[in-house]
Design a protein around this ligand. Structure first.
Ligand SMILES: C[S@@+](CC[C@H](N)C(=O)[O-])C[C@H]1O[C@@H](n2cnc3c(N)ncnc32)[C@H](O)[C@@H]1O
Length: 425
């Protein structure tokens, strides 16, 4: 028997704890994570291998197996609700703490935000082999999926450095997106992961990571997301993978997407106060020919008032169907054509603020534009105009009735930080 005796597609995950949360992990046989690593945590399936990294002691406890698929808020009171993306675990034999966990994970290029690939999982599992057991028997034992009743932890942490055959460069099973910490988002690719999201050949397709970021910031597993102008269905695909329900419409759904409902975004067939997030990447004017439907708003020039009047009808509908306090994300870009600039973003934003409070405004780097060629760059320099380099993502909140609005002036006591002096080299 070899390592192959483990079932195919072996994968594992690292969960983290601190000195104060470790005891609860062991007592409940439950690992949990917050939103930052929630997407990876929710991908854990029954039988996956798991390791617990104590960030204070820098010990990596293993081997555990997931007793069942991950679940959101399985035990709501665990860790006082701080880590709701949870997995029930079972120990495989005696639990061994490995020293220098950070160095080990760094040298394997393992991140907590993504599943760990088969080869890296096997390399880590090898480190937990009982010293007298031949390697083949160890993997055979792991393949039997036997777990241990009750938790027994080796008191003396084990070193690993001389034992490992570490394969450094290999990619994770699926490199997961990360939550963007700033208001400048730049996604080099339209999609991520092993399956496509939307269709990158669709004119005006949205970067999937943008939707992923909104989904993870503003919704929880099981929430309902609506995209009333969903084109090739990027929102639908992201939501399905992240365990959110989604209702997606378009005035002219692509024939290959039977899961997109034909509908005009100015009248959405859903009740009031019903949904947890709305995402819209609308036409920016009449610069793209999406389809032949006469009701396509992409046939109206953004240089006309009519364009904003029609989009305002969509805004009203988004406002009507959203639950109070929930978020609408709207992506749009400005226009410069035939020597005329139109601030499409500002004009739309003015309409949005009639109904919504602003959460934030995010700048999305424009990639893969048809004008992204040397010829156009040269024209822009020569004839003194600019190619569009960014879009706006307006993140808007439906106000909660009687909630104090942000418009009122406030006293802020700022903390002023001094810049550290630059040391002369
Ligand atoms: C920028 S595209 C959306 C791209 C989409 N997010 C994706 O990733 O494929 C804008 C979409 O708005 C749709 N649209 C235009 N007018 C509409 C209307 N009145 N009702 C619903 N959809 C409309 C178009 O058919 C087009 O698919």
């Amino acid at each position: 028997m070899t390592q192959k005796s483990l079932h195919s597609h072996v994968k594992s995950y690292v969960f983290a704890c601190t000195n104060s949360s470790q005891e609860e992990c062991f007592k409940r046989l439950l690992f949990g994570s917050n939103k930052v690593y929630g997407s990876a945590a929710m991908r854990v399936e029954e039988g996956d291998f798991l390791f617990l990294w104590n960030l204070d002691s820098d010990l990596l406890y293993g081997v555990f197996r997931a007793a069942r698929d991950a679940q959101f808020n399985m035990i709501p009171e665990a860790w006082e609700g701080k880590y709701p993306y949870q997995v029930k675990v079972e120990p495989v034999g005696k639990i061994i703490p490995l020293k220098d966990a950070k160095r080990l994970l760094n040298s394997l290029n393992v991140e907590r935000s993504s599943p760990i690939s088969e080869n890296k999982t096997l390399a880590i599992l090898e480190l937990y082999r009982p010293s007298l057991l031949p390697i083949n028997q160890w993997f055979e034992h792991l393949a039997q999926k036997e777990t241990t009743k009750g938790l027994e932890i080796l008191s003396e942490p084990k070193s690993w450095s001389l034992l490992a055959h570490i394969k450094k460069a290999e990619e994770a099973v699926e490199q997961m997106p990360r939550l963007q910490p700033t208001t400048l988002w730049d996604f080099p690719r339209q999609s991520y992961g092993s399956s496509s999201k939307g269709n990158n050949k669709y004119a005006g397709v949205t970067p999937a990571e943008l939707i992923w970021n909104l989904v993870w910031r503003y919704t929880e597993p099981g929430d309902l997301v609506v995209d009333p102008m969903c084109g090739s269905g990027t929102t639908l695909d992201v939501c399905k993978e992240e365990g959110r329900r989604a209702m997606c419409y378009d005035i002219s759904p692509p024939p290959y997407r039977k899961d997109i409902v034909k509908n005009d975004a100015r009248k959405i067939p859903l009740p009031d106060n019903h949904v947890d997030m709305v995402f819209i990447d609308s036409p920016y004017g009449d610069n793209i020919r999406y389809n032949e439907d006469p009701n396509c708003i992409g046939k109206i020039s953004s240089e006309t008032e009519e364009f904003y009047d029609e989009l305002e009808k969509v805004i009203k509908e988004a406002h009507r169907i959203l639950k109070p306090g929930k978020v609408l994300g709207w992506l749009i870009g400005d226009q410069w054509v035939k020597k005329k600039f139109t601030p499409v973003g500002f004009l739309l934003y003015a309409r949005l603020t009639k109904y919504f409070d602003t959460v934030d405004i995010i700048c999305i780097a424009r990639r893969n534009q048809s004008s992204n060629t040397g010829i156009w760059a040269n024209r822009a320099r020569r004839f003194n105009f600019y190619l569009r380099g960014f879009k706006y993502l307006f993140v808007m909140k439906k106000p909660i009735p009687n909630e104090k609005r942000a418009e009122e002036p406030r006293e802020i006591s700022w903390t002023y930080y001094r810049r550290e002096k630059i040391k002369k080299s």
